[in-house]
Design a protein around this ligand. Structure first.
Ligand code: XMP
Length: 525
């Protein structure tokens, strides 16, 4: 019997905090499998999960209102270890007989908490600061309300001036609450606190490692598909690349990949995908050269949503036609990852406004009536990257910036033509090359060039140049939901701009995008 890496599971109950996914990522970093579920999780589902411990996330509500979200009674009565974070601590306190009050001022940012007494969670952590025989930790606080009275049988384990009950624990049961956020890296010993909770308090081992994840995924894919054929839309992006490498390892020649070259890719990208997967790894990859088809469909269309829809539809059409040539294939593999699963579960609990209709290789034809193989469904992006490297994919590919499904189609503003795409490809190549050379590529989360359909006047030598304008975009972000424009050095911007204008005849001007998200988005369309 091989190892069951899902056996020791931590349940993270989501009360709506922007940091809930971060808790899950930190628990995974501790080498423990965890799942994030809405706080309304049913008792039957809870029992099926068989968690070894529960962490309660923060949330935007006030715990002292009658209608506030609550920890289900079956969890409180389960006897399992519980770690409440921020709102999670407040509702834990309130539900067990303590008191929570709204503060007139909210506390946001660094705080130095005093560690009080001895607790299995907070005693003697790394980064501890000692002053006059009192012990402190630097943590990240973000709250309005706070616990003002401990529930019966609880002890204080940390305090600050503005949150005198900054952490608490039960005297005999494994129940803990922290007002601060251990999941945020600003809390210096935060990972160690979570490690202690999952390893020492919940008793989970480090089973969730890249090698074990791969072994487990291989076994489950083999169980699922037997000797059937599997089809995968390979885009060259991280997720589909890792799926390709994983499936190839699991089922070898039963896997066929279709790579749709839509003409909206970066410089030499199509050849690189073929080189990596077909030539180097020996994976069966069919390359569908569909540049002409995509560009003809996009002719005369300038509205961003219309372009996205055309690209999405055309992709499916081409993919479908290639798939049909293969005869009967029962399974379709997709690079769905855990955040996608969380997002679609969340959509059931609320309504999300569509800002852009995303197109991914993943969003494939329901009418294809194939079973789905989704070997990355449980993984966060950083875990996908780690297993990609473990599977032998080139690190430069695995750690590449994200690239949108519609590709240059949404980076050439307005109408898309081959000429504009060619200009953009060259400029983008220069920008990325210089970022890498200057050591900035890995410091920014995403960088690219945008083609603006406007002409401006310039002078080159003695001649007038009336040609196109480009914008450079580079952002820093953790989750791509919010982003700050990257403060690239002026010298680097100057070098890139000079190279672009000197090397590409049809460009007269380069600008740098200094908009944050929100209110701007990362891509321009
Ligand atoms: P925005 O522009 O919405 O982008 O701030 C957030 C992130 O999503 C990427 N993006 C896409 N990714 N299919 C994708 O797979 C798409 O249609 C798509 N549109 C935007 C964007 O590059 C950024 O990383």
């Amino acid at each position: 019997m091989s190892l069951n890496i899902h056996e020791q599971l931590i349940l993270i109950l989501d009360f709506g905090s922007q940091y809930a996914q971060l808790i899950a990522r930190r628990v995974r970093e501790a080498g423990v499998y965890c799942e994030l579920h809405h706080y309304s999780l049913s008792e039957a589902d809870f029992k099926a999960l068989k968690p070894k411990g529960v962490s309660l996330s923060g949330g935007p509500e006030s715990a002292n209102l009658a209608e506030s979200p609550r920890i289900p009674a079956y969890i409180l009565n389960s006897g399992l270890p519980i770690l409440g974070i921020c709102y999670g601590m407040q509702t834990l306190a309130e539900q067990l007989g303590g008191k929570v009050e709204s503060s007139p001022t909210s506390e946001f940012g660094y705080a130095r908490v005093e560690i009080v007494g001895q607790s299995p969670l907070l005693h003697d952590l790394e980064h501890q600061v000692e002053e006059n025989q009192r012990y402190y930790q630097d943590v990240w606080m973000s709250h309005g309300d706070k616990v003002t009275r401990l529930p019966p049988d609880f002890t204080l384990i940390a305090a600050t001036a503005s949150a005198p009950i900054a952490a608490m624990m039960h005297q005999s049961k494994p129940l803990f609450g922290v007002q601060f956020h251990p999941e945020v890296t600003h809390t210096k010993a935060g990972q160690q606190m979570l490690n202690r909770f999952v390893h020492e308090i919940c008793g989970c081992a480090r089973l969730w490692t890249p090698a074990n994840i791969i072994e487990d995924a291989i076994a489950s894919v083999r169980r699922q598909v037997g000797s059937d054929q599997v089809l995968l839309g390979l885009s060259g992006g991280v997720d589909s690349s890792v799926v390709a490498a994983l499936l190839h390892k699991a089922i070898g020649d039963q896997l066929t990949c279709v790579f749709v070259d839509n003409g909206l890719l970066r410089l030499n990208e199509g050849d690189q995908v073929m080189q990596t997967f077909a030539s180097n790894m020996g994976i069966k990859v069919i390359r569908a050269n569909a540049e002409d088809l995509f560009l003809s469909r996009l002719q005369g269309v300038s509205e961003p949503e219309a372009k996205r829809k055309i690209i999405g539809r055309t992709f499916i059409e081409v993919f479908d036609a290639e798939a049909a040539k293969l005869g009967e294939v029962k399974w379709l593999a997709q690079g769905t990852i855990y955040p996608d699963v969380i997002e679609s579960a969340k959509a059931k609990h609320g309504t999300a406004q569509v800002i852009k209709s995303h197109h991914n290789v993943g969003g494939l034809p329901e009418e294809m009536k194939m079973g789905l193989v989704e070997p990355l469904r449980e993984l966060f992006k950083d875990e996908v990257r780690r297993i990609g490297v473990e599977l032998g994919l080139p690190p430069a590919m695995v750690y590449r910036h994200p690239f949108p499904g519609p590709g240059l189609g949404v980076r050439v503003l307005g109408e898309v033509t081959k000429h504009y795409c060619d200009i953009l490809r060259q400029a983008d190549h220069i920008f990325i090359e210089e970022l890498r050379r200057a050591g900035w590529y890995d410091k920014v989360s995403q960088a690219f060039v945008v083609f603006l359909p406007i002409k401006s006047v310039g002078v080159v030598g003695d001649a007038r140049r009336y040609s196109w304008v480009l914008a450079l975009r580079a952002v820093e972000t953790i989750d791509f939901m919010t982003a700050r424009w990257a403060h690239l050095p002026y010298e680097l911007l100057e070098l890139v701009s000079n190279r672009i204008i000197n090397e590409i005849r049809d460009v007269s001007r380069v600008s740098y995008d200094i908009s944050s998200k929100p209110p701007a988005t990362i891509e321009w369309e």
